[in-house]
Write a protein that binds this ligand. Sequence first.
Ligand code: SAH
Length: 349
Amino acid sequence: MKLIYDDTQEQLILDMIAIGEKKFRATQVFEWIYQKNVTSFDEMNNLSLVLRERLKEHFDIGLLKIKEKQVSKDGTIKYLFELRDGGLIESVLMIHDYGRSLCVTSQLGCNMGCRFCASGLLKKQRNLTSGEMVNQILTVMADTSERISHVVVMGTGEPFDNYDEVMNFVHTINHPKGLAIGARHITISTCGLCDMIELYAHEGIQSNLAISLHAPNDEIRNELMPINKKYSLDQLRESLKYYIEKTNRRVTLEYILLKGVNDELIHARQLAHYIRGLNAYVNLIPYNSVDEHGYQQSPMENVEKFKAELLRLKINVTQRKEHGRDIDGACGQLRAKKVGEQYGNSNQK
Ligand code: SAH
């Protein structure tokens, strides 16, 4: 059965008409779910009993099952959720001075195969639906009794490998009668699927784009990220130029500093050269080590030197704070562990 959260406002109108109801019922249902935060049709008491029964026949409703929850000393909460089909996904809530941000998962597993990432330890089984992404937010808001103000699609999965569902998700949570999360507070992170970056340029929404760059040249990027063999750094730069021209928006380039791999001064210079002329800034990310991969976090001294070199070359740079270091912080770690336990730890398959 269809999950009601899978419907955007526009789709819900169509579905209401299809079951012989008036258009405005869609708005009422949308408001009950997203503004009054109810989780069953029975609570929607301005709808007739007949309509409530009809909705139950056509739609599933209800929050995700919380399988596990880890709370860090810094307030970060890592959730392990179970989907209706038993699939396990993670979401991470981070507390910032500017608000509460949720890191949302977009696929069950991931096929991009980035060498440093825990998510790719488990291959993609399927895409998440828009409603399953929306439900991560609803469930965390209900569990914490607090509003979520920012969303980053940086959990397991490649959002641009699940483009349509991710866009429906963005539209639903951004809708004024939905969760009304400002588009500028929503960020989609991609490993660099160029065709989709260009499509996103035409989406007509003010949400942000972040690119997992992580390397200053093709040689290193080919090593770290297999996607670079399909879309080279030059191609990626062309797509970014196109996106920036069309949207007039600044792009974030994420760069994980890995000890002895991409953290030397020469790399900072190559990176600066790559960015020159792009309306973009670099976000330096501390690496959360994943036992299976063997990469190490750059020592603070290298990070400072790398950052100073970018600044000297007039490149805008920020440094991401580490969150949840004392829990299974790295993307996909908690899930990989759990699925591993379920299947007798054969999670490398
Ligand atoms: N597939 C998308 C979104 C998921 S990854 C993408 O590639 O952007 C979200 C971000 O976390 C990416 O920048 C990714 O490279 C980074 N990341 C993955 N593993 C990490 C780790 N162990 N430590 C720190 N960042 C990591």
